[in-house]
Design a protein around this ligand. Structure first.
Ligand SMILES: NC(=O)C1=CN([C@@H]2O[C@H](COP(=O)(O)OP(=O)(O)OC[C@H]3O[C@@H](n4cnc5c(N)ncnc54)[C@H](OP(=O)(O)O)[C@@H]3O)[C@@H](O)[C@H]2O)C=CC1
Ligand SMILES: Cc1cn([C@H]2C[C@H](O)[C@@H](COP(=O)(O)OP(=O)(O)O[C@H]3O[C@@H](C)C(=O)[C@@H](O)[C@H]3O)O2)c(=O)[nH]c1=O
Length: 301
């Protein structure tokens, strides 16, 4: 029987990958490194893909109509110590997979980050100069360049501080909820300014942009410019948690190894002007949608 052509979701176990998967349903072919645990998924390890030949081998005889590259080495601190792996996973493998997409004439979507900027003049537009501060940011910026070179029609989506329901319960909001619900203090940087992004909006916009044949770089993030401290306080307020347990500190005091862009955030003027029907929700609006689901998951009171 002829195999049906599907959209490859690389990184389908991740926060954003899960959202894409639930949207695309049977039209998606998810990948994971732990393939034996999930029947029907394609085994794919970005660390094993260095060249277009490697990518062709992995995808040989797999009919596809789009490739979404959501997988990445996303632990910003760990990237500082594992530069070679970060380069392979975030730069070289996406570039190699983009070659396959270009050869097949199918859409390729690469997820990038606000961390391509240095945070000295945000919020940023798509055409602003990149100047990453960290190994992670640099690997993603070089990933963008590799993807664009391999597949000039690729769609590159830059986002940041993505939150929402996450089966792995890994994003910032979960960390905050766990601490506050346990009555523990959370130290949060008061000098990292960004534009937090609801993962449902991000997945909806991604799907729509691909359906509309968009290409090039788009910033896709929430509409509010907030420090982590302000964001954390709003989340606490939305969930009825004790915001007095949130302690604002400088990034320096937090002692993170990877430098973060401070005065950052992304501007979505381009998205708004070319696709005015697409809405990125505020924190308050997204929590109206999210609150009950978080409670069902048993992580919020
Ligand atoms: N979350 C955020 O705030 C932001 C995310 N992004 C970008 O969006 C993308 C998705 O992020 P998010 O969903 O949050 O990520 P997660 O950290 O939730 O998930 C990472 C995914 O990458 C996969 N992965 C990691 N290493 C490899 C590898 N060597 N080979 C194959 N798959 C691998 C994991 O799969 P496995 O199950 O096999 O471990 C997992 O599915 C990333 O590219 C990230 O850089 C950009 C800006 C902000
Ligand atoms: C350990 C610790 C961290 N933090 C903060 C610092 C840091 O800003 C944040 C770490 O959580 P995050 O994972 O959201 O932060 P970070 O890994 O810096 O976030 C990034 O993720 C990657 C994938 C991106 O591409 C970025 O755009 C951004 O969203 O939490 C605290 O506030 N208190 C703490 O006790």
């Amino acid at each position: 029987m002829k195999q049906q052509s599907r959209s490859l979701i690389i990184g389908a176990t991740g926060q954003i990958g899960r959202q894409m998967l639930s949207r695309l349903g049977d039209h998606a072919l998810p990948t994971t490194r732990a393939a034996d645990l999930i029947p029907g998924w394609l085994p794919l390890d970005l660390a094993a893909i260095a060249t277009a030949d490697d990518a062709e081998r992995v995808l040989a005889s797999v009919p596809l109509h789009a490739i979404f590259c959501l997988a990445g080495m996303t632990n910003v601190e760990a990237c500082e110590d594992q530069q070679a792996l970060a380069t392979r996973v975030n730069t070289e493998a996406p570039g190699a997979l983009a070659v396959v997409a270009a050869r097949r004439g199918i859409p390729f979507v690469y997820f990038s980050t606000e961390y391509v900027f240095d945070g000295m003049g945000g919020p940023y537009l798509e055409e602003d100069d990149a100047h990453p501060l960290s190994v992670y940011g640099s690997s993603k910026w070089r990933g963008e360049l590799a993807v664009r070179e391999a597949c000039p029609d690729a769609l590159i989506l830059r986002t940041t501080v993505v939150y929402g329901l996450d089966r792995e319960r890994k994003n910032f909001v979960y960390g905050l909820m766990r601490k506050l619900a346990a009555g523990e203090t959370m130290r949060v940087p008061n000098d990292q300014v960004s534009t937090p992004t609801y993962n449902v909006d991000l997945a909806t916009v991604t799907q729509t942009l691909v359906e509309r044949g968009a290409s090039g770089i788009f910033h896709v993030c929430g509409p509010e410019l907030l420090s982590r401290l302000e964001f954390a306080r709003r989340v606490a307020e939305e969930l009825g948690l004790d915001a007095s347990l949130i302690e604002g500190v400088s990034t320096t005091a937090l002692g993170q190894r990877a430098p973060r862009p401070l005065d950052a955030g992304l501007r979505i003027d381009k998205l708004r002007s070319l696709h005015p029907d697409l809405t990125m929700h505020t924190v308050a609006e997204s929590f109206d949608d999210l609150r009950s689901a978080l409670r069902e998951q048993g992580v919020a009171g």
